[in-house]
Design a protein around this ligand. Structure first.
Ligand code: SF4
Ligand code: SF4
Length: 378
């Protein structure tokens, strides 16, 4: 499997990364209890990934049993440590001491004396960004650990909207970024470009599952990307961009690796039928006025906290590519006070009109968000 230089981190990563939040019973409490069947499942998934050529395994402090299961499996695999790149993440903490404790716990569970990459997990809003950047706080703890050789490079992961992503990248405090970006969600392109310009590694979060539930595509989407599976089109579209270094795959069974290997056809992306597929997709997307809704976000803030651009993006995918299942999946996860997928539901729109006056595309936003709520809630 092709490996790419992961920015200035000193690592070379396989173009696919094994994401490890879906091990069997991986979220069941207590997290320090590792049932035999979970260890067997983690072993089969990790060995399938390594056999396929993956050298990067990613986990997090908050992924239930994941770090413990990885530690168990690695302790029984005869693999030189230098052949693996291990990333873990921890959410920003109030104090440096708390972050140090997190790191030490991760190392203990993973059975390692060093992680290659450590990310501050989920710098999703200004509050979490500020907490991460607080002088003498959790980032300082990680920088100290890096000086001690416990961490190779420090990065961050984020589900934040583009302006905050750009702000965090521009701090130059991080060597890599883990973010959402794929064919069906291109508004973060400027963040990928800025990270590239600053020499950072670019790691894509779940481009097929959270990116569009592409493993079970609607017939219309499958037809539009035929003869490629939408997963293949999306992965090949991403990997045709040299600034994209690795894509996270959240495998729960070893056979889930197979579909991704088919994306690694050595034929260059644009020499096949991808050009026509992309043109057909763009044409389908352009059949809705929502195609004009870009990442400008001038409609925000909404007084009742509706994340208008996200609701309209989901409606656009539903209206043009029949991605109804995906739109509902993401819409149902939206919560006003949740920093992972924030936002109130469209039926709460009061028709105050604030957004209408600010939208350069003159979209009838109040009607659209209410209609989207009706469609996603049927
Ligand atoms: S202001 Fe209009 S075009 Fe811009 S994100 Fe909001 S709805 Fe879309
Ligand atoms: S019209 Fe509706 S969506 Fe627009 S700002 Fe007011 S409440 Fe929010």
């Amino acid at each position: 499997m092709e490996r790419r230089k992961f920015g200035a981190t000193g690592c070379h990563l396989s173009v696919f990364t094994l994401g490890t939040m879906r091990f069997l019973n991986g979220w069941d409490a207590p997290h320090d209890h590792l049932p035999e069947e979970s260890i067997e499942n983690a072993h089969s998934v990790i060995t399938a990934a390594l056999k396929a050529g993956i050298n990067h395994i990613e986990t997090a402090r908050s992924y239930g049993k994941s770090e413990g299961l990885i530690g168990q499996v690695l302790s029984h695999l005869d693999i030189p440590r230098s052949n693996l790149v291990i990333t873990t993440k921890a959410q920003p903490t109030e104090t440096a001491a708390e972050m140090r404790k997190n790191l030490e716990e991760s190392l203990r569970l993973l059975g390692l004396n060093r992680v290659d990459l450590f990310a501050l997990h989920g710098l999703n809003n200004q509050q979490r960004h500020d907490l991460a950047m607080r002088p003498g706080g959790c980032l300082a703890a990680l920088q100290q650990a890096q000086r001690e050789g416990l961490i190779g490079a420090i990065g961050f992961s984020s589900h934040a909207p583009l302006p905050l992503l750009l702000t965090t990248i521009a701090t130059r405090a991080f060597a890599f970024v883990n973010l959402h970006y794929n064919f069906f969600r291109q508004e973060n392109r400027a963040a990928v470009d800025l990270a590239t310009a600053l020499g950072m590694g670019v790691f894509i979060i779940s481009p097929n599952e959270k990116g569009g539930l592409l493993y079970q595509p609607p017939p219309k989407l499958a037809q539009l990307t035929h003869p490629l599976h939408p997963v293949h089109f999306n992965e090949r579209w991403l990997l045709s961009q040299p600034q994209v270094h690795t894509l996270s795959l959240g495998l729960s069974l070893p056979q889930h690796m197979d579909i991704h290997l088919e994306s690694l056809n050595p034929r260059p992306f644009w020499q096949g039928n991808e050009r026509q597929i992309q043109a057909d997709l763009i044409q389908a997307l352009s059949r809705s006025p929502l195609q004009r809704c870009g990442p400008c976000r001038l409609c925000l803030p909404c007084p009742v906290q509706i994340d208008i651009p996200t609701v309209l993006r989901l409606k656009h995918l539903r209206d043009t590519l029949d991605m109804d299942h995906f739109a509902r999946f993401r819409y149902e996860m939206m919560q006003p006070d949740d920093h992972w997928i924030p936002g109130a539901r469209g039926h709460l729109c009061t028709r105050c009109g604030d957004c209408l006056a600010r939208c350069p595309q003159a979209l009838p936003i109040a009607d659209l968000v209410r209609q989207a709520h009706h469609e996603f809630s049927l």
